[in-house]
Design a protein around this ligand. Structure first.
Ligand code: ADP
Ligand code: MG
Length: 312
């Protein structure tokens, strides 16, 4: 206590020393840039870049490894969304959602990096082609994704970017949802979120109403889950990926016509093919996730029950 009092005195007498600098252990969610030692790049998407660092304040190589996400480019347009992404992740606690650890603010306070737990196996997209999952394991992963999503929906968030590339692997029996960059809050009473921005959207994971009317809802996340389930069962093999399969179906469509042709295809009830060796019940579940009428799609709660029954 006396030490604290003395420190407080020092701070009062020296207003330019910030408390977090004099008390490095006071807030475990404050990470100092000078203790972050870069190890390697982990991956990147449209807006973010994720890097593995060791956080080593003792400077003896014993520090923990953390995944650090930063914006690829910083402009005012994406900055607001970035702060929201950090706040959303900070508010989520679930065993199937990647854990928030803290932030690293550069001097001046502008640039903020998001510090999260490091999942050594990377995303399902890297993991699946290299590991031969048995069916029970694939279905367990699928159910865990549903559990994380059910929690997210219970907090009235929609993810909007559920895909194998955004599901992280802790080990052979645990996956977690990551990347809340497109997540939106749906106020009580509302049923969907309408986006204005567009451009590089993951259209092959999008439900029909998202493509046609930019309407995102809890049910459109279920559609994307169906595509993610398809990715798991095709082990993220590139030639069977949603984009390759849809491109095959759309044969030689010009890039700028993609969305229009995709809408036509989906309206004619065309869907991704059932993966090889996919159990019949799972194929049915996938089809239900892709019902044209969003009200007909199962909820994540229902999906969890179905997976439990199938896995018996
Ligand atoms: P973006 O918003 O740019 O898509 P993501 O959060 O999806 O960024 O991260 C990009 C990639 O980085 C992921 O697909 C994954 O391969 C890797 N990655 C992200 N977070 C972690 C983590 N916590 N541990 C290990 N790898 C990660
Ligand atoms: Mg991503």
């Amino acid at each position: 206590l006396t030490v604290l009092r003395e420190l407080t005195d020092i701070i009062i007498k020296n207003p330019d020393i910030s408390p977090s600098e004099t008390l490095p252990d006071s807030d475990p969610s404050v990470f100092h840039k000078r203790y972050l030692k870069k190890m390697r790049d982990l991956g990147e998407g449209h807006f973010g870049k994720v890097t593995l660092y060791q956080y080593d304040p003792a400077n003896d190589g014993t520090g923990e490894r953390v995944a650090v996400k930063a914006l690829k480019q910083e402009n005012s347009q994406v900055l607001e969304g970035w702060m929201k992404e950090i706040d959303i992740l900070k508010s989520l606690y679930h065993s199937n959602i990647v854990k928030y650890k803290g932030c690293c603010t550069e001097l001046g306070g502008q640039v903020v990096q998001l510090i999260m737990e490091y999942l050594p196996q990377g995303s399902l997209k890297e993991y699946l082609p290299k590991h031969k999952l048995g069916r029970p394991q694939s279905l367990m992963f699928a159910q865990q994704i549903c559990q994380g999503m059910e929690y997210l929906h219970s907090k009235r968030y929609i993810h909007r970017d559920l895909a194998a590339r955004n599901v992280l692997v802790e080990n052979e029996s645990l996956v977690k949802i990551g990347d809340f960059g497109l997540t939106k809050y749906i106020p009580e009473g509302d049923i969907y979120y309408r986006v204005r921005e567009d451009g590089d959207s993951p259209v092959f994971w999008y439900a029909l109403e998202c493509l046609k009317e930019n309407k995102f809802s809890f049910a459109s996340d279920v559609w994307s889950f169906g595509v993610t389930l398809y990715e798991i069962l095709t082990r993220c093999v590139h030639r069977q990926s949603p984009q390759e399969k849809f491109r095959e179906m759309m044969q030689g469509t010009q890039e700028q016509m993609t969305v229009m042709v995709l809408i036509k295809l989906l309206e004619k009830q065309h869907r991704l093919p059932g993966p090889e060796n996919c159990p019949h019940e799972v194929k049915i579940l996938m089809q239900q996730c892709w019902a044209a009428d969003s009200a007909q799609r199962p909820s994540f709660e229902t999906l969890i029950e179905k997976f439990e029954a199938i896995r018996q």
